[in-house]
Design a protein around this ligand. Sequence first.
Ligand SMILES: C[S@@+](CC[C@H](N)C(=O)[O-])C[C@H]1O[C@@H](n2cnc3c(N)ncnc32)[C@H](O)[C@@H]1O
Length: 232
Amino acid sequence: MRPVYAVSLGPGPADLMTVRARNALGTSDRVFVQSRDPAWFDKVIGEFVPADRIRMYLPKAAKWGLARGDPVNDVIAGEIADLVRAGKQVSVAAPGDVSFYSYFGYLEGPLARRGVTWEYVPGIPFLTAAPMVVGNSFVEASDTLVVKHVSSISELDALFAVASVLVLYGIARDLFPQIREYAIRNGIEYARTVWLDASEGSSYAADLLAGEQEWRLGFSIILRRRHPVGAD
Ligand SMILES: C[S@@+](CC[C@H](N)C(=O)[O-])C[C@H]1O[C@@H](n2cnc3c(N)ncnc32)[C@H](O)[C@@H]1O
């Protein structure tokens, strides 16, 4: 049986997807995608994967981290196993890097139980693509980086006890004003929200500290506390 390709789509722009990822998608009979935003996938893969080869699915759980136990993972793994047994090439594609905070991990167990194997096709995650729009690097040699989902501001103190840079993934919109207040109160020197889009010119970063209005539409958040005295 052929291995399934676990394909990283990168942060959106077509030329930030690897050649290997494009080849994997282009040679696949079926591409599985978990999506709440079909428009994003249409922009990223629509150009070279015909719509009738794309199988979109969605778990019931909308909240971060709750999709692991969703029955849809087993259903999808069953569909994939049937296709693979029939000699088809299957891909599962995910935004950013497919192994990094990605739903492919939820399929690994159900696929393994069916004897299906997979091959990773790595890609650029959103956090390393962010400098495209924030305009500067935000992790240096003296930094400790934590990438985390938080559901409450009360988690931030413990994170800043060990990290100098936080990249927050999956943040609910209603937390943004509280994160801004936290950053101001605690002298966080750098607080940006980042939205990366597939379309040229529509990605942006907004400065939470400056109260830029667009941050309401933001997605990932980067927070950086002041460097120790003497550090650059
Ligand atoms: C399930 S994780 C996927 C992470 C992805 N696999 C990666 O390599 O970065 C979803 C989170 O990625 C970030 N993300 C997804 N799409 C984004 C976008 N267009 N711009 C900025 N961040 C995004 C958000 O923090 C979102 O909550």
